[in-house]
Design a protein. Structure first.
Length: 173
């Protein structure tokens, strides 16, 4: 069981769930994001909406990851994103849910990154394993680290960390 708590995002998660479940509120929030009414939202428009509506969720790395996930498309959804650089109305719910999720993930990433350099080295990773609820031998931890570090740079970047969590189907909270 992981010992990193991201409960700080629970109230915001419930607020987003409420908005998603109520068409009029979702429509209102879409209008805030798509303030020029062109039917799509850029990353700058999304950032502005998050700053105004959910400032606690405005971590740039998490926001960019949520944006990319929604624009690339999620094969588990019936609607697949167009892969363009704008959020369409059909992608908006996915974006909202991912904004909360990736803020949670970034919170975990920051807890493991004790060097505060936005990267996790092998030592930080080994020390952070119990925080993730993982107990690996030194050898297995190093092997897992190498698998996560896709570019072989000796550091795990946030993108690599997110991709690993997704591949491992590791829950956050």
């Amino acid at each position: 069981m992981a010992s990193i708590s991201t409960t700080e995002f629970d109230a915001l998660d419930q607020q987003i769930q409420h908005i998603v479940a109520h068409k009029e509120e979702l429509k209102r929030l879409w209008a805030v994001c798509d303030f020029n009414g062109n039917g799509m939202c850029s990353l700058a428009e999304i950032d502005k909406m998050v700053l105004e509506q959910f400032p606690a969720l405005r971590h740039p790395r998490a926001l960019i990851r949520a944006y990319k996930k929604a624009t690339i498309g999620d094969p588990t959804r019936s609607y697949k994103g167009k892969g363009d650089s704008f959020i369409q109305r059909q992608e908006f719910i996915c974006l909202l849910k991912n904004i909360v999720y990736f803020n949670r993930v970034f919170s975990v990433f920051e807890a493991i990154d004790t060097g505060d350099d936005h990267r996790i080295d092998v030592g930080e990773f080994k020390r952070g394993l119990p925080l993730l609820g993982l107990h690996l031998s030194a050898h297995d931890a190093e092997e897992t680290f190498r698998q996560i570090d896709r570019d072989g740079g000796g550091q795990i970047l946030f993108e690599e960390f997110c991709a690993w969590l997704e591949r491992a189907h590791a829950p956050v909270d």
